[in-house]
Write a protein that binds this ligand. Structure first.
Ligand code: ADP
Length: 404
């Protein structure tokens, strides 16, 4: 089944075209990104299968034009991979926020679009862009079924004691202020893959998944379901991140606003875009650049790594307590997959639980792998996340299910 996976931002559209033979067997037919929608000059970078990249630069007025442009590449006589649009059997959309409306993926209809719109309150940068993408795709491919896959859905199994904040209860009832979490698709995928690799039955397991990228979150997964996660009402909560501060004493917010005479929007920008690795180091939000700074003796860059390491250790430690043990710890995303030193440093703190590390497997190899020793009581895995595959799988199941 040929499925187009779409991840729509406010000025960009990332896409992958997958030919799904089964849940685990698929061919990545093409992928690409449309960028700078609405700016004087836009661009599209299209990679058809294993052929060379094609780059197109031209103004792209809106998401409708962006969708049309990317679809045109898929059927292009030279670098296309399909004979016609009719070959696309379904479209899956990544949706950042589904709040408590969606505990799983959904076939898109007007009601689903309306609910995604209501959830825009909690994800003002993302959900409106997703709706633009859905409407644009419905316009250019009106007869193709579309599915919404939510970053928050996996976390909907969290118990009330983990999603309820210690605020007056009316804010939960009236404004739906509660923990929703994020990166759910990634946590779900890597927990499943790692369990398979470790030979663990996910339905009877205690797994902690660490998605460490520009945005980072850690999740406690019990018997395959989310028990707790570190991001909160928004992705600002939890550990320190590239440009986000993570959880801080809430009183700091009003204190700084008063001191520097900042508006709510300015304070939101400060915490989301100017904090984290970037804010503390003053150098960069990117771990590779911070590594270079450490090598040059930059003490604040070194401090960032210490905060990062200890935030991860503290979250894993608290989730071990909550899960009453752990069978498997999983690392994924840009930092989790590539930073062997950080993984080693974090795992050192769990030797007391019988975690024995395989230093060679950790330091070498790029594939999904176990990096704990064979006789380790707690297994550790590195898994390359693949949110697009989960979106394609869910889309396939829902569309095939609806046709039965
Ligand atoms: P996003 O959350 O935007 O998807 P990523 O998962 O790509 O981000 O993670 C970005 C972080 O991962 C950056 O700090 C970057 O330095 C780091 N990273 C990504 N790729 C590599 C790599 N090959 N080697 C080392 N660090 C990497």
């Amino acid at each position: 089944m040929i499925i187009l996976v779409i991840n729509c931002g406010s000025s960009s559209i990332k896409y992958q075209l997958l030919d799904m033979k089964s849940d685990d067997v698929y061919v990545l037919m093409a992928k690409g990104i449309v960028e700078k929608i609405g700016l004087p000059m836009g661009s599209l970078t299209h990679t058809p299968g294993d052929k060379p990249k094609v780059i197109i630069e031209e103004p792209i007025t809106d998401h409708k034009e962006g969708m049309q442009l990317l679809l045109d590449q898929l059927v292009h006589p030279q670098h296309g991979v399909l004979k016609s649009f009719d070959d696309i059997e379904a479209v899956g959309h990544r949706i950042v926020q589904g709040a408590d409306y969606f505990s799983g993926s959904a076939i898109i209809d007007e009601d689903v679009i309306e609910k995604i719109g209501v959830c825009s309150d909690f994800a003002p940068l993302h959900n409106p862009a997703h709706i633009l993408g859905i409407r644009a795709m419905r316009h250019v491919l009106p007869s193709v079924p579309q599915v919404a896959v939510f970053d928050t859905a996996f976390h909907q199994t969290m118990p009330a004691y983990n999603y309820t904040y210690g605020l007056p209860y009316k804010y939960l009832e009236d404004y739906k202020v509660r923990k929703y979490g994020a990166h759910g698709t990634s946590h779900q995928y890597v927990a499943g893959q790692a369990a398979k690799l470790a030979g663990i039955d996910i339905n009877h397991s205690k797994i902690i998944t660490c998605h460490l990228g520009n945005g980072s979150s850690i999740t406690a997964v019990k018997d395959g379901k989310c028990l707790d996660t570190s991001m909160g009402f928004t992705p600002l909560a939890g550990m320190i991140m590239g440009t986000r501060c993570g959880s801080i004493d809430p009183n700091i917010v009003t204190y700084i606003m008063k001191k520097d005479n900042l508006s709510p929007d300015e304070m939101t920008t400060l915490m989301n875009k100017k904090s984290g690795f970037l804010g503390v180091s003053g150098v960069s939000s990117d771990v590779r650049e911070l590594n270079a700074a450490v090598d040059q003796g930059n003490e604040r860059a070194r401090l960032v790594f210490k905060i990062l390491t200890h935030d991860i250790i503290k979250l894993i430690g608290s989730y071990i307590a909550e899960l009453d043990g752990v069978d498997l710890i999983v690392f994924t995303a840009g930092i989790g997959e590539n930073n062997a030193r950080l993984r080693r440093r974090v795992c050192e703190n769990f030797n007391y639980m019988g975690l024995k590390f395989d230093f060679d497997a950790n330091a070498t190899g790029h594939d999904d792998r176990i990096i704990s020793a064979p006789d380790s009581k707690v297994k550790v895995a590195v898994i390359s996340t693949n949110e697009e595959l989960v979106i394609a799988r869910d889309t396939m199941h829902l569309v095939l299910g609806s046709e039965e």
